[in-house]
Design a protein around this ligand. Sequence first.
Ligand SMILES: Nc1ncnc2c1ncn2[C@@H]1O[C@H](COP(=O)(O)OP(=O)(O)OP(=O)(O)O)[C@@H](O)[C@H]1O
Ligand SMILES: [Mg+2]
Length: 251
Amino acid sequence: MSDDRPAPVLRAEGLVKTHHGEGAPAHAVRGVDLCVRHGEFVAITGPSGAGKSTLLHLLGGLQRPDAGSIWLDGESTDTYSEARWAVERRKRIGIVFQFFNLVSSLSVADNVELPALLAGTPPKQARAERERLLAELGLTGKERSMPGELSGGEQQRVALARALVNHPPLLLADEPAGSLDSKGTREVMRLLSRFHQRGQTILLVTHDARLASAADRVISFFDGRIADDATLDGGTPPRRAGISGVLELKD
Ligand SMILES: Nc1ncnc2c1ncn2[C@@H]1O[C@H](COP(=O)(O)OP(=O)(O)OP(=O)(O)O)[C@@H](O)[C@H]1O
Ligand SMILES: [Mg+2]
């Protein structure tokens, strides 16, 4: 059968991650198969503690799985070192977190330009890219501000600019509106939708089902597994969720 769907930008098979902290081990991710294709806007939603952030950390190489594999653009990451993952995050994966994670001692301009400079972009071009993105995100005039001088919504827009400055094929967002009020939340969602309309592939993690409805595919995550994987109107059809993930939900 021919497959004319866009190529996968990210693929994962059999991902497992258990956290060993103070208490009992937390089985955060218990066997996840996932395929995200170019241009998709996928939301992963589910209750607190379901393992959503852990899954996103695995997919961005911020944590290592105990088992399973991840492919970026069809290339296996099994042998990637920490340093190699850091390079790939600069080039291929932009990440936005709930609490922005901006460098508090750097200006807005420097926060956005830094990943571009680290990726080897000539300073002039990094500056032009920063100016373009900050204008697009409504932050012109804030270049010299420090992150602490901005509102939460503004800080999150800076974080979005920073994540997108190197034109990553994939944007991973973990509760990017989680610490914002409803106006800030709407703003972030509107921006994500706009970038998606221009072709940006997005994987959004949120516990908020309403936010998830902005995506064209919604994955319900429950107890470390994919419980449901649904394409909303107009989206690219995903591969079916692993049937085992559904059947094993109750154990
Ligand atoms: N670094 C860690 N050390 C120990 N346990 C952890 C660690 N990170 C997560 N966990 C545990 O793993 C499970 C899944 O956590 P995770 O943060 O992935 O959930 P989540 O779905 O993102 O929740 P939330 O919606 O509250 O952000 C939880 O039981 C959590 O306590
Ligand atoms: Mg989380």
